[in-house]
Design a protein around this ligand. Structure first.
Ligand SMILES: [Zn+2]
Ligand SMILES: [Zn+2]
Length: 241
């Protein structure tokens, strides 16, 4: 699976860093975790068919994770008419809001979009990718997503309250080939005791803000010194798992 950080910024765009949006390619299929910026731009720029998008998994409804969604639904409604992804939303009433927006901005019929409420447990399994939602305490109805494909397991934490409070317990339940985690709300060094003794292949910090930059650099050094590779995402950064 190939993971591309389309947007690696925190709640506010930074120069050359858009808000949260992560693209996952598995074979011919494409999935997204969050759409805080334009996913369609990323697909068009890379020459990837919009039809390839099979699933969108929103961790929580804050704008830095959802502001690209209305554009995505808009364009698969009136222009790219054949994509039919499942869109997992913690608050599915947002789907009705997008429909209302499109009702007043588009003329003509709207197709049915497959919105699905994110609830704890397995939310998606197309035989290629299995996605399990794990509640967090960042805000009302916020989730991490555990993604399993090609024999690999990757955890996207989404936004957290604090690692010691709501880091998903799955970190203690078998190997995680990659953890993608944030550092906008607390120093990234708070992950170090959580990761102690866990079987982790790599850590990637995204959604970090400048006020915690020194801590992200410290985390990267301390984990790498212990033999756990740790990297920082920027826009366009790619990882193969
Ligand atoms: Zn956020
Ligand atoms: Zn948030």
């Amino acid at each position: 699976m190939k993971i591309t950080f389309v947007g690696s910024s925190h709640g506010v765009p930074e120069p050359n860093r858009h808000c949260s949006c992560i693209m996952i390619e598995i074979g011919e299929n494409v999935y997204f975790v969050d759409m805080g910026t334009s996913a369609i731009d990323a697909l068009r720029t890379r020459g990837i068919s919009i039809d390839a998008v099979k699933g969108v998994f929103i961790t929580h409804m804050h704008g830095d994770h959802t502001n690209g969604l209305i554009q995505f639904v808009d364009l698969i409604t009136w222009y790219f008419k054949t994509p039919d992804p499942v869109i997992c939303l913690p608050l599915p009433e947002a789907g009705k809001v997008i429909r209302s927006w499109l009702d007043i901005t588009l003329n003509g019929e709207q197709k049915d979009i497959r919105y699905q409420e994110t609830q704890p447990g397995v939310v998606f399994d197309d035989g290629i990718l299995k996605v399990t939602a794990i509640p967090t305490q960042h805000c009302y109805k916020s989730f991490s997503y555990l993604m399993e494909a090609e024999g690999k397991r990757v955890l996207f934490t989404g936004d957290l309250k604090r690692p010691a409070v709501d880091f998903p317990a799955v970190v203690h339940e078998g190997r995680l080939d990659l953890i993608v985690c944030e550092s906008a709300h607390f120093p990234a060094t708070e992950y170090i005791p959580v990761f102690e003794g866990c079987d982790i292949g790599k850590v990637c910090v995204t959604h970090y803000s400048d006020r915690f930059l020194a801590d992200v650099l410290t985390l990267r050094k301390e984990l790498t010194d212990k033999g756990l590779p740790a990297v920082m995402a920027t826009d366009g950064f790619e990882l193969i798992v």
